[in-house]
Design a protein around this ligand. Structure first.
Ligand SMILES: [Zn+2]
Ligand SMILES: [Zn+2]
Length: 256
């Protein structure tokens, strides 16, 4: 599980290979013969071949990850252009316009366009009686292809990390944060936990302490510095949601 910009992206721990519904040309112009030295051109060729070698073209029986579970491909089909919806034709026209403005590689055709729609049918692995799922998507969509010997959670059967494991991890991480917060002495910064000396600027919030109610009213105080500002922001959101107006910044009690 990786978090990018606050969004979580799940991928299973079993190493997967990139899979595509149909073979299609690489994105962008071929790098062949574009590098300035013979050795670099050779390195480029080898890097491309290694990537192609890892790539899997889906076929009936290929194991893929779908909705965090193992599925088998039942069928992959090209969709003839006369069966495309209007939005696919429009997207293709947009692609041609982009290519005409800045040509690279071969001009896409209805048959070679890498985002053309394909039909993919999958079924949960080891459930031959299950109803197959029909999907329609871009040919360029990257599937995660599982090896035949893939791992599942011994407790629940999901691909690892399973929901339960992720939840446990989150609960543990939250507990550590809570313990840190509960250990902050009265008058210290609720973000970093360190003392706020009389020379430091501070941000104090009147009213009940939303994070440490045990410290009493008006006790929520933070360093007014960049380092602690993230928690000030979080606290202010909650404080304002509780019906309060903007707090006043406190000036240092002494001149430095
Ligand atoms: Zn599990
Ligand atoms: Zn602080």
């Amino acid at each position: 599980m990786v978090t990018i910009n606050g969004r979580e992206y799940w991928s299973t721990r079993t190493p997967t290979r990139p899979g595509y519904a149909v073979p299609f040309p690489r994105l962008g112009p071929s790098r062949y013969d574009q590098a300035s030295s013979a050795q670099r051109r050779r390195d480029d060729r080898i890097a491309d071949r290694v990537r192609d070698d890892r790539m899997v073209i889906l076929e009936p029986g290929t194991l893929v990850v779908f909705q965090r579970s193992p599925y088998r491909i039942v069928e992959v089909r090209e969709i003839p252009p006369d069966l495309w919806d209007e939005k696919w034709h429009q997207a293709f026209q947009d692609e041609l316009a982009r290519w005409d403005a800045r040509p690279w590689g071969d001009r896409p055709t209805l048959e070679t366009w890498r985002d053309r729609p394909v039909s993919v049918v999958v079924r949960p692995d080891k459930q031959p009686q299950a109803k197959p799922m029909h999907m329609r998507g871009r040919a360029s969509f990257k599937w995660d292809v599982l090896p035949e010997h893939y791992a599942v959670c011994n407790a629940c059967g999901e691909l690892p990390p399973c929901q339960h494991e992720l939840t446990e991890d989150k609960v543990r991480a939250q507990m550590i944060l809570t313990e840190e917060l509960m250990a902050i002495p009265a008058g210290h910064c609720l973000s970093c936990g360190e003392a706020i000396t009389s020379r430091m600027k501070a941000e104090r919030f009147p009213g009940p302490n939303l994070w440490r109610p045990d410290l009493g009213d008006g006790s929520a105080v933070f360093h007014a510095r960049q380092e602690c500002s993230h928690d000030v922001y979080r606290y202010r959101q909650q404080w304002e949601a509780a019906g309060n107006a903007a707090p006043q910044a406190e000036l240092p009690l002494e001149d430095v």
